[in-house]
Design a protein around this ligand. Structure first.
Ligand SMILES: NC(=O)c1ccc[n+]([C@@H]2O[C@H](COP(=O)([O-])OP(=O)(O)OC[C@H]3O[C@@H](n4cnc5c(N)ncnc54)[C@H](O)[C@@H]3O)[C@@H](O)[C@H]2O)c1
Ligand SMILES: [Zn+2]
Length: 360
């Protein structure tokens, strides 16, 4: 019997539980406990549907839910307004009501898109997240950021809309391609650096087992990551109190690398891997932290098979997107920099020449 860990996001009336290690087939039980309406629209992508669609459908039908399924084509390009419109039409055709449920089954793309539809259809209907990539399990499905991309930039249109529950089945990662596992690991390394020295050390010690996707080890790193994100989100839901912002460690430069490549060259976690190293290089150069931390981070990311340096990319393109970053406040670039393992701070006073130097 595997143990199910339950972690809560505490947000008053909008609080919810995250069930980690629960079987997908138990989905009906979780929806039932919430006492929601009897119609569930499952939004998934065609690949994830192939693996897990039937299990989810049966799990819901077992508890007498009326299940509708809609498959979105695979890929970031479908996290779009056009796709959202198609989904609204589906909601209308299924006659979803205020107490009905939209369930996202898939990676971060499906989570953000389905969550956005749930946030806006009928001014908001119940949303349940069933993330199936490592990245979505430790990051995208927690915290309520939902939205779609525009041709101009990623995530430009969206909302904060919390799910009613999150079901994480770690066994669903068995079918995930290795590159997707690595991209999720990068965010877990991030949690170690920003908040949890022990998690970082655990990753260093257990990398072989993680590679083999050993259930216990995966469960541990997912639980610890979710705990950190859930706590931060509980303290600063809408990124207004300077707490949630530390989750952007590695993302200032990371986002720019992704944008410069037109979101095609790198997976998100790969760009973040480089971004975390560049931020740490800046912290070392400004004497906020010692070079041992940089070496240790570099070693771990390399062992994970994540990129540690920028490949033949136009530097100017990175600058351009760096200074267009939507997270920039008052014209200043904000970086999250490490002081030591488990401790970071927000820094706005980084000399331009230093940013330039680390990017070369
Ligand atoms: N909302 C947030 O807070 C937040 C945080 C981080 C990232 N994101 C968003 O997440 C998106 C990236 O998510 P992603 O990396 O999960 O990518 P993704 O959703 O595109 O999934 C990656 C690939 O894995 C496949 N897949 C998913 N689960 C699988 C499984 N169990 N077995 C086999 N294949 C499977 C998918 O079909 C897809 O081909 C981006 O749009 C990003 O903006 C959102
Ligand atoms: Zn990220």
């Amino acid at each position: 019997m595997r143990k199910v860990e339950v972690i809560s996001v505490n947000l008053g009336r909008r609080s919810y539980s995250i069930y980690i290690g629960e079987k997908l087939s138990q989905v009906g039980k979780i929806v039932k406990e919430l006492g929601l309406g009897k119609k569930v629209l499952v939004i998934t992508d065609s690949k994830v549907f192939h693996y897990y669609g039937e299990t989810i459908k049966k799990g819901l039908e077992k508890e007498d839910y009326r299940v509708y399924i809609v498959k979105v084509p695979v890929g970031e390009r479908h996290k779009s307004i056009n796709q959202a419109i198609k989904l609204y039409e589906k909601c209308a055709n299924c006659k979803l009501e205020r107490d009905s449920v939209i369930l996202a089954l898939g990676g971060g793309v499906i989570n953000d898109l389905a969550g956005f539809v749930a946030a806006t259809y009928l001014r908001g209907i119940n949303f349940i997240a069933v993330p199936t990539t490592l990245l979505a399990q430790v990051d995208a499905s927690i915290g309520g950021k939902v939205g779609v991309d525009l041709p101009q930039a990623k995530n430009l249109v969206g909302s904060f809309y919390q799910p009613r529950a999150v079901l994480i089945d770690t066994k669903a990662l068995k079918t995930l391609p290795l590159r997707e596992i690595k991209t999720g690991l990068s965010e877990i390394v991030k949690y170690g650096i920003i908040r949890d020295k022990n998690l970082f050390e655990y990753l260093e010690k257990n990398l072989e087992k993680i590679r083999k996707l050993e259930t216990d080890v995966l469960q541990t790193i997912i639980v610890e990551s979710v705990r950190i994100k859930a706590k931060i989100v509980s303290q600063d839901e809408r990124e207004e109190r300077g707490k949630r912002e530390i989750l952007n460690f590695g993302h200032t430069i990371g986002h720019s690398i992704e944008a410069a490549e037109g979101y095609e060259g790198y997976r998100h976690g790969e760009a973040i891997s480089i971004g975390m190293l560049k931020a740490t290089e800046i912290a070392v150069a400004m004497h906020f932290c010692g070079s041992e931390l940089l070496l240790r981070l570099q070693k771990l990311l390399k062992r994970m098979g994540l990129p540690t340096r920028i490949k033949k990319m136009d530097e100017r393109k990175i600058y351009r997107s760096l200074f267009l970053d939507k997270k920039k406040k008052g014209g200043k670039l904000r970086f999250i920099l490490p002081r030591e393992l488990g401790d970071v701070f927000i820094c706005e006073s980084i000399p331009f020449h230093l940013i330039k130097k680390v990017l070369q």
